[in-house]
Write a protein that binds this ligand. Structure first.
Ligand code: NAP
Length: 404
């Protein structure tokens, strides 16, 4: 695993170029993604042995404990938005636990899928320990039904998650699902306004707006709403959209035409339903699947922007009179991945921790994944956890031993 980290670190630029050319993320963000993959490999190389240790539990037996054993072959069905990171955050703990990984990657990133297999092979893993299957999604069911496959993890959309979970349910096989999100970003009057704007802009536009944990719904207290809205719009109008290989580009193209067209349809339908368009809202002329950074407000409940995930650089703003209303609105979605609150008030923080129905709450920061912290959602955002010790323990047999 440490050798895999070395290969990532010593050839960062080569892998980053592959990511940018396959799905359009900015080159600088691709570099950061590859570096984070090396980090997660090192994290589990350092910590897996400790996590896998026997867990002694005192009983009347002369010795009793939980022994951690690998579960076997795990199928990972992965998305294109972070083509390396999504896979490494599964593979590093799963392989360190002694499992075998099969990868069915998204169909538009086959180069990344093969590159990851190459990295593990070159690092010295036994042939077959990590295998890429270049297959379409219609082949997944048969693989899940194969007796040799013991579990599955899927990161992607709700329909894909439902399908894999249904098959695994009928086969009594473990699943971890990391699905979509429509994360709330609450800003209260005590917040540092400049910090809030900075985090809001980077949160909504990172990865060209195609991140599950991006802040997508900005829920702003009425006392500071106008200031926040005007500053957000000004920043969005100044974002540079263009060639993802250029250093000063903020937003590259969306990954495929369908994503761009679906986003445009959601924005158009939201405006038709009564939402106000504050900037953007169009497809720029010329080559590439670009979308102009967009801000919407006055969004009615029947607008797609209210209830659906917008997978691109579109921010939805909401004005509320109290923290209670902010939390109610934040929870008024079938998703529950991450959530963020900008405030200096500790009482407000405690209320947010208790009442926001999501897999995480970040204060004065964007939601971010970290190898040391568990990551995952509730409700339609999925179940199970990745990263930290939780992520590794999802795919082990926690076997009870009792010596009498
Ligand atoms: P997607 O269409 O669901 O694809 C994800 C993966 O699932 C791909 O490998 C895809 O294969 C496969 N797939 C699609 N339908 C399937 C089915 N019925 N059975 C088995 N496999 C199937 O999602 P996406 O458009 O690539 O990714 C965007 C979505 O992922 C967003 O909703 C985003 O929020 C979510 N996401 C969540 C997280 C998280 O950690 N929670 C992270 C990143 C992204 P093909 O490409 O061959 O169709």
């Amino acid at each position: 695993m440490l050798k895999a980290a070395d290969i990532l670190d010593s050839e960062t630029e080569k892998w980053a170029k592959l990511l940018t050319s396959e799905m359009g993320k900015t080159y600088k963000s691709a570099i950061a993604e590859v570096e984070k993959c090396a980090l997660v490999c090192r994290h589990y190389a350092d910590h897996a042995e400790n996590i896998m240790q026997d867990e002694i539990i005192e009983t009347e037996a002369s010795k009793s404990y939980v022994k951690h054993l690998p579960i076997g072959v795990v199928l990972a069905v992965m998305p294109w938005n972070f083509p390396f990171w999504q896979v490494f955050r599964f593979a590093a703990p799963a392989l360190m636990a002694g499992n075998v990984g099969l990868l069915k990657h998204a169909s538009n990133v086959p180069g990344s899928a093969l590159a990851i297999e190459e990295i593990f092979n070159r690092a010295g893993f036994e042939k077959g320990c990590f295998q890429t299957l270049l297959i379409g999604s219609e082949k997944v069911e048969a693989i899940l039904k194969d007796d040799r496959v013991r579990a599955a993890t899927l990161t992607g959309s709700e329909p894909a998650g439902r399908s894999v979970a249904a098959t695994c349910g009928s086969e009594i096989k473990t699943t971890v699902l990391e699905l979509g999100g429509s994360d709330a970003f609450i800003v209260m009057p005590s917040a540092d306004m400049e910090l809030a704007i900075d985090k809001a802009v980077t949160g909504r536009t990172m990865n060209n707006g195609q991140s599950c944990i991006a802040a997508k719904r900005f829920i702003i207290h009425a006392d500071i709403y106008n200031e926040f809205r005007d500053k957000m719009v000004a920043r969005f109008e100044n974002l540079k959209v263009g060639d993802p290989m250029d250093d000063d580009t903020d937003i590259g193209p969306l990954a495929v035409k369908q994503i761009r067209d679906e986003l445009d349809e959601q924005v158009t339908a939201s405006i038709k339903a009564g939402a106000a368009l504050l900037c953007g809202g169009n497809i720029p002329q010329g080559k590439g699947y670009f979308y102009t950074p967009t801000v919407l407000d006055d969004i009615p409940e029947n607008a797609p922007a209210f209830s659906e995930e917008l997978f691109g650089p579109v921010a939805s703003l909401y004005k509320v009179e109290s923290l209670e209303d902010a939390i109610k609105l934040a929870n008024a979605t079938r998703f529950g991945l991450g959530s963020a609150i900008m405030t200096q008030d500790e009482k407000e923080m405690e209320i947010a921790f208790r009442d926001l129905d999501a897999g995480s709450t970040f204060v004065n920061s964007n939601v971010a994944s970290d190898p040391r912290l568990p990551f995952g959602g509730v409700k339609s955002s999925g179940y199970g956890r990745e990263l930290s010790s939780d992520g590794l323990l999802e795919f082990v047999n926690r076997k009870t031993i009792s010596i009498n």
